[in-house]
Design a protein around this ligand. Structure first.
Ligand code: EPU
Length: 414
């Protein structure tokens, strides 16, 4: 795999970018097919590395997956349980959705702990407590986790933190639990609504997704379905920020604007002129940017995944911007890379201070995680001269055809 991205900066962006479907929906939806007894057809599946890894894991379970363009036909009728102990499991965070799905289907799962971006500590205690509340027993040995239950019985579960992953994993395990499960302080992210609407098409009885209380009435079987995955709000936000940084008249389409209101209102506060349509956001122009303060929060607050790309944009603002990261307090590795390009950012204890404006210069920098990579691409587009981003595989994990999409609107990127 070519693992470096080269950007020659300062080319103005204009034109249209069409956003792909949502990574964080798709990575929950694929493992959920373990629960189906019939064929599931998915449309608009993003062409990203995380999906390729999940397909391999489905195939390890003897699930037949046919790929045709952006359509996946997944046939779980010959599913066969095996322990998930291949290296694929460690390549992404979302492999942990096989815990809930296999526990639901087979009442047993043994697998490696998940991998994923290094954003500091990423415990899964809430997932495991949720499984225990449904009647499961957990044994951990090194990197291996084994979860089993004689039967799963619905229960009332309160999440100490409204975790996206724990909400989804408990939903998956509870689909076949006897009786009713409620998840209080559930996460409200759009990806949870997308997964629940797909599971309901398959015959699940899930109510309240998108609110802080989700109820799941257990059923005994789930059938097949056809499902279109929602657009990726983080990809949309990334291109909108890139356009605000070096663009004019850039239309980012296939967007659900309500999913990114926290971002668009912050950009307007910075002085970015936007036109917001029913399914697009157009960046008209962004000349003099004002500094702003941001705080990351669970949905509908400003997404932590957009904090990193926004930090790159803040280097252009005239004055001091402040970032408070409340979800992953160590998610600041991009700041050290941006400083190598001439930014003036200090950070500690979950907070960053960005002193702008600082013109950026091309440099050799490293993507330490997926959204760090997105931030560095934006910085490279803004910078004078050539920027080389190494460890670009992080970026391909989550951005469908990013080079091509940016080239189409005028970027010089290889
Ligand atoms: N947390 C716990 N215990 C748990 C679970 C979470 O303490 O058992 C904490 C986490 O450490 C974090 C907070 O709760 O401080 C929220 O974590 P959450 O579980 O919501 O995150 P996640 O499910 O692991 C998903 C996305 C992330 C995104 C976060 C927050 C997927 C596969 N990942 O992670 O996406 O940043 O929600 O919105 O859906 C990305 O796409 O780049 C990415 C990292």
């Amino acid at each position: 795999m070519n693992d470096k991205i080269l950007i020659r900066g300062k080319h103005r962006l204009s034109g249209e970018v069409v956003v792909s479907s949502c990574k964080n929906s798709a990575v929950a939806i694929l493992p959920s097919v373990v629960l189906a007894s019939e064929i599931v057809k998915l449309y608009d599946v993003p062409d990203i590395e995380d999906i390729k890894v999940l397909i391999k894991l489905l195939e390890e379970l003897n699930i037949d997956v046919r790929v045709s363009g952006d359509e996946l036909t997944i046939d779980p009728t010959n599913i066969r349980y095996i322990d998930l102990v291949s290296d694929e499991v460690k390549k992404l965070r979302a492999s942990y959705y096989f815990m809930g799905a296999l526990l639901g289907r087979f009442k047993h799962v043994k697998m490696y702990s998940p991998g994923g971006c290094n954003l500091g500590p990423r415990p899964i205690d809430l997932h495991l407590k949720g499984f225990e509340a449904l009647g499961a027993r957990i044994h951990s040995e090194g990197e291996l986790i084994e979860i089993e239950a004689d039967e799963l019985i619905g229960n009332d579960i309160y999440l100490d933190i409204s975790s996206v992953g724990a909400t989804i994993n408990i939903m998956l395990a509870a689909c076949f639990a006897k009786g009713r499960t409620t998840i209080a302080n559930a996460a409200k992210e759009p990806e949870i609504i997308d997964l629940s609407s797909m599971l309901n098409k398959m015959g699940a009885q899930i109510r309240g997704a998108g609110t802080s209380e989700i109820t799941i009435n257990g059923v005994s079987r789930l059938k097949g379905c056809i499902h279109d995955i929602i657009p990726d709000r983080i990809e949309a936000g990334t291109y909108i920020i890139a356009a605000a940084a070096v663009g004019e008249n850039v239309t980012v389409s296939n967007v659900i604007p309500q999913h990114i209101e926290a971002l668009t209102s912050k950009l307007e506060e910075m002085g970015v002129e936007l036109e917001i349509g029913s399914d697009y956001v157009k960046v008209l122009k962004a000349e003099k940017l004002k500094p702003v303060d941001i705080i990351t929060q669970p949905f509908p607050g400003l997404a932590t995944d957009l904090q990193q790309p926004l930090t790159a944009l803040m280097t252009k603002a005239d004055g001091v911007s402040r970032v408070e990261e409340t979800i992953y307090i160590e998610r600041f590795k991009h700041c050290d890379e941006l400083n190598k390009m001439g930014a003036n950012i200090s950070h500690e204890n979950g907070r960053a201070i960005i002193n702008g404006p600082t013109p950026l210069k091309g440099a050799d920098i490293r993507a330490t995680d997926l959204r760090c990579g997105a931030a560095l691409i934006i910085a490279g587009l803004m910078a004078e001269g050539e920027t080389t981003i190494s460890d670009a595989y992080h970026i391909y994990r989550g951005y469908d055809s990013i080079g091509e999409k940016l080239r189409n609107i005028g970027a010089d990127i290889d």
